[in-house]
Design a protein around this ligand. Structure first.
Ligand code: NAI
Ligand code: AKB
Length: 343
């Protein structure tokens, strides 16, 4: 089978590898669509993300979906021919976190395309049957692949306890910010405010239903949020840019007693925030890391049309053109590219 292997910084090779055999509890999936995530692009450009260093050939890609073509002998939950989306993190299933249901916090999790674990830019992937989710007919494999970033959005909104009638303020209109916006709407938020520094990203957010978009290079964020909320502030702020000034500004947008959810990963781990502000205004500040127990909800939201992930996709490309696809993904206007493999 063909795989796109990252062999060096900014260097892919499309290589032949042996097709994997599914273990007893696994299914073999013929991959159809794989989204290109910011983290894939980061590994491509820099060969590392923080302490995760690419030390050998690595297959990137963790936003994937395809068709089951074989099942291991113990699998009865899914059949050959089913179209499925693959949840990319496999936990140990034994530790205290796994047993509490917070399996995304498992220290032993093996996450696709996070060194040393290979990802899904490959014709076939063998994957545990309990971490694939069947797609109904109305959901394409391209949409199925985007259950991954949608899951990040769902989890962030759950962390923020987004509720009916809330005003949610999202900083950063990349794929994650846009899907936080979609998830917040699905959970009942009535007003969604979005910031960015790139005009086309804000146009996209507006076209997808943001009630107010704020270009923070032109407009003072605190004033804009104040005006929109009659001086109250947003109930929930979700930081989805990873930009240091944006992280600091979350406290300017949230109401007293409100919640800040930090999703964006800053280049530097330390970003000073005003703790007196947090205490005085009794803010809840939550980290949000990946997701757990979100895929069923993501598939349902796509199936009934509550959430539209197609609107974040800019282009589709093939495994053979993966290098050009990654270069295009590095452009500031691009939100999401998808690698598609024909059957
Ligand atoms: N906590 C988690 O589990 C996860 C975290 N992430 C992180 O979330 C962040 C967002 O992910 P993507 O949407 O894929 O990234 P992205 O880089 O595509 O989008 C970030 C957006 O923020 C905008 N931006 C830059 N500076 C800004 C500022 N000062 N104010 C407002 N917007 C600003 C950029 O123009 C861009 O549109 C990244 O930091 C990523 O590493 C992504 C996935 C999972
Ligand atoms: C941080 C990322 O973008 C990636 N999706 C991950 O969960 O590791």
């Amino acid at each position: 089978m063909q795989t796109a292997v990252l062999t060096d910084v900014e260097e892919f090779e499309v290589r032949e590898r042996a097709r994997p055999e599914p273990a007893a509890e696994e299914v073999l999936v013929a991959i159809r669509d794989v989204g290109i995530c910011g983290s894939d692009v980061h590994y491509y450009e820099h060969g590392r993300i923080g302490d995760y260093v690419v030390e050998g050939p690595l297959v990137l890609g963790h936003e994937s979906a395809g068709e089951v073509v074989a099942t291991g002998e113990d699998v009865d939950s899914v059949s050959v021919g089913a179209r499925v989306t693959l949840e990319p993190g496999i936990p140990c299933r034994q530790c205290a976190h796994c047993k509490r249901g917070e399996y995304h916090l498992c220290e032993e999790v093996e996450f696709m395309a996070t060194p040393p674990h290979d990802g899904a830019f490959a014709e076939y992937v063998a994957w545990p049957a309990d971490f694939v989710y069947e797609l109904p007919e109305s959901v394409s494999t391209r949409e199925g692949a985007l259950c991954e970033p949608l899951s990040v959005g769902i989890h962030a909104c759950r962390r923020g306890d987004v509720d009916v009638g809330d005003t949610v303020f999202v900083t950063g209109a990349g794929p994650i910010g846009l899907l936080v916006m979609e998830a917040a709407r699905a959970m009942g938020a009535t007003d969604v405010l979005v910031t960015d520094v790139v005009e086309s990203k804000l146009d996209r957010a507006e076209a997808r239903g943001a009630d107010l978009t704020i270009d923070v290079t032109q407009t003072d964020l605190a004033t804009a949020v104040d005006e929109y909320t009659d001086g109250v502030g947003a109930d929930v702020v979700v930081e989805a840019s990873g930009a240091k000034p944006s992280i600091k500004s979350t406290l300017d947008g949230v109401r007293r007693g409100g919640t800040v959810v930090l999703v964006g990963l800053a280049d530097e781990a330390e970003v000073p925030i005003d703790v007196l502000d947090v205490i005085d205004n009794e803010l809840d500040v939550h980290g949000s890391f990946r997701y757990a127990n979100t895929y069923d909800a993501a598939v349902d939201l796509l199936a009934d049309g509550t959430v539209d992930v197609e609107g974040i996709v800019d282009f589709e490309s093939s495994l053979d053109d993966i290098d050009a696809a990654f270069r295009r993904s590095m452009e500031p206007d691009t939100v999401k590219g998808v690698i598609t493999m024909e059957d």
